[in-house]
Design a protein around this ligand. Structure first.
Ligand code: ADP
Ligand code: TRP
Length: 328
């Protein structure tokens, strides 16, 4: 069975973008592949050097993964910092990672701009740590959103380079994986762009009904079309895109028809969208709260995941040490 790896940094709660961009693929893949899904807490140190509450953030994401339907019996769910072999592989990859190529990574350049007082070596070597996460289980598929493409190219490059340097065919080259032909982009409802934590426009799985309604009713629209079948401006297109993702096709069709005949009332559409988002989130929200209250269960899942991930990682590191020529 082919191996799959993916991770999310614990820098906030999961939102609809994370769900439809990444977690939904995890849910499908867990029944078809040998999956490792982890919480990238070491990666979060590159931007959050004093994680006041890293244990709480990790616990929250773990509960959210489980509430979404990740099944710890079918898949290995673990916390990155529980697998001590990862930094050893990261060290080997860093010995063959070059300043020029690391400096050219767009997300590094962005961070140099946004956190000029903390351009640390971890930020520079973010792609080698991510490559270590992936190739440590010899994964061939990695479900991630479109924004991770450059990190994925680096992961392939580091895998290939290791093989070339040591004259082996050891690490497979991992490919990005998307559920549908086109990578899903969950839009923000604030006029343009995607939904994201840093964009400040996220609807979280944990948001209650009132919060969801408030966020949706604030969505940017316009004064409505004046010509039948006119093209939708971006903000309106985003509202429809969101409805297409969470509502019944017939609901989407109903409002689309109203738009095309210039009878759309955005207030009604937003009310319906808020109801549909809440209907989607409510059962997940309840489960998150239940699971969060069950520390013993969370601890058990984390321990079981750490054990399974460590067995896989230790096997790889034994072989890697032998390939490089260290003592077993
Ligand atoms: P954020 O952008 O909120 O900080 P992350 O960078 O932690 O989210 O992303 C975690 C995962 O969720 C990645 O695989 C990313 O591609 C995916 N993702 C995040 N936002 C969206 C979105 N709006 N649409 C689709 N996928 C998304
Ligand atoms: N860089 C990813 C993100 O920001 C998180 C991540 C770390 C990851 N290691 C990974 C994703 C390995 C997939 C595989 O979303």
């Amino acid at each position: 069975m082919e191996t799959v790896v993916s991770g999310i940094r614990p820098t906030g709660n999961l939102h609809l973008g994370n769900y439809f961009g990444a977690v939904k693929s995890f849910l499908k893949m867990q029944y078809e592949y040998n999956c490792f899904f982890f919480i990238a807490d070491w990666h979060s140190l590159t931007t959050h050097p004093h994680p006041d509450n890293i244990r709480k953030s990790v616990k929250t994401i773990l509960a959210e993964y489980l509430a979404c339907g990740l099944d710890p019996e079918k898949t290995t769910i673990y916390i990155q910092s529980d697998v001590r072999e990862v930094p050893e592989l990261y060290l080997y990859l860093n010995m063959n990672a070059y300043l020029g190529e690391l400096e050219r990574v767009t997300s590094f350049k962005d961070k140099v701009r946004t956190q000029p007082n903390n351009v640390n070596a971890g930020l520079l070597t973010y792609p080698s740590l991510m490559a270590a996460d992936i190739i440590i289980h010899k994964a061939v598929k990695v479900p991630v959103g479109k924004d991770q493409e450059q990190n994925m190219e680096m992961a392939r490059k580091f895998a290939r380079r290791f093989n070339q340097i040591y004259g082996v065919e050891y690490f497979p080259e991992p490919a990005s994986f998307h559920l549908s032909e086109k990578a899903v982009k969950v839009p923000g409802l604030d006029g343009s762009g995607k939904m994201g934590k840093s964009e400040g426009n996220a609807i979280y799985l944990i948001d209650d009904e009132k919060t969801i309604k408030k966020k949706v009713m604030k969505a940017v629209t316009d004064s409505g079309p004046t010509e039948p079948n006119s093209e939708k401006p971006e903000a309106v297109a985003n509202l429809f895109a969101m409805m297409e993702i969470v509502s019944e096709p017939s609901t989407y069709e109903y409002f689309n028809e109203k738009y095309n005949t210039c009878e759309i009332r955005y207030g009604d559409m937003k009310k319906q969208l808020a109801v549909d988002i809440n209907a989607f989130c409510a059962p997940i929200r309840e489960k998150i709260l239940d699971i969060m209250a069950n520390d013993a269960y969370l601890e058990k899942v984390a321990a079981q995941g750490a054990e399974k991930a460590s067995v896989s990682a230790a096997k790889t590191l034994r072989e890697v040490r032998e390939i490089i020529g260290f003592r077993p």
